[in-house]
Write a protein that binds this ligand. Structure first.
Ligand code: KAL
Length: 257
């Protein structure tokens, strides 16, 4: 069995900057020999994503704009990818959003619009993207998404994002069932807290990190690289019998009561 990703092409969605988990995933896939395609939400992210992608040695990355709230935009992106590269072997979905002012205080203060927005971008987008991406996975493939413990248990301030992650987790399982017959596996990584742009400006983030250092079995936070290597495992043939699974890359924190 060959676990190199040479000759394979993967789409990475959701790089914002060098701290992004998506960037950790891109580097692990690159190190394993994969060709990379990056998508970014709008022109604001184009330059940072291109600069990062172009810094990967020996990689001729491709870049596409893809606004996941727009079905036509998703269709267009994957039609362009099909036209430019043909077959892809997998995709990493690293996209989430909720209104900042609904990520603190009591969950029940969430508005109908805020609830819809968080679910649209953070949960529905996986299904919308999978639907357009799977026809390009003509040799089988893998889809990985990023989830968080706040979708399984109540985590203070995570609020509507927790509800959206629960929906994302369930979507991942239903997609795994739909796509298994095409040789496509769908899994999620539940990462421990990492200081990314998503965590920026969140008061409770330091408290959560401190709790990891004190109570998680490994007594330390996880890194983008560790999540990246698990994505490599899930997108390679190493995990060929695994689908519909959530793997916690969280120093073991989720097992502690
Ligand atoms: C309990 C934790 C502390 C943090 C609480 C909430 C975190 C929610 C994540 C959510 C995706 C963040 C946002 O949507 C931020 C957004 O309102 C403003 N930011 C932006 O618009 C920037 C510019 C763009 C690039 O960011 C996004 N996301 O679009 C959870 C911690 C411990 C773990 C985390 C951070 C989990 C997670 O889901 O990211």
């Amino acid at each position: 069995m060959n676990f190199s990703l040479e000759g394979r092409t993967y789409v990475v969605m959701g790089v914002a900057n060098k701290r992004s988990i998506a960037w950790g995933i891109a580097r692990s896939l690159h190190d394993a020999g994969a060709r990379l395609i990056f998508t970014y939400a709008n022109e604001r992210f184009e330059k940072p994503v291109r600069d990062l992608g172009d810094s990967l040695e020996g990689q001729e990355s491709l870049y596409y704009e893809c606004d996941v709230t727009d079905d036509e935009a998703i269709k267009k992106t994957f039609a362009e990818i099909k036209n430019d590269v043909g077959t892809i072997h997998g995709l990493a979905h690293c996209i989430a959003f909720a209104n900042r002012d609904e990520l603190n205080g009591e969950y029940m203060n969430v508005t109908r619009d805020g609830f819809k927005l968080a679910h649209d971008i953070s949960a529905y987008s996986l299904t919308a993207v999978a639907k357009e991406a799977y026809p390009l996975m003509t040799e089988g493939g893998g889809i990985v998404t990023l989830t968080y413990l706040g979708g399984e248990k109540v985590v203070n301030n995570y609020n509507v994002m927790g509800v959206a992650k629960a929906s994302l987790d369930a979507s991942m399982r239903y997609l795994a069932n739909d796509l298994g017959k095409h040789g496509i596996r769908v899994n999620a990584i539940s990462a421990g807290p990492i200081r990314t742009v998503s965590a920026k400006g969140v008061g409770s983030f330091n408290t959560i990190l401190k709790e990891i250092e004190e109570r998680a079995p490994l007594r330390r936070p996880v890194s983008q690289e560790e999540v990246g290597d698990t994505a490599y495992y899930l997108l390679s043939d190493l995990s060929r019998g695994v689908t519909g699974e959530i793997i916690h890359v969280d120093s073991g924190f989720n097992i502690i009561g």
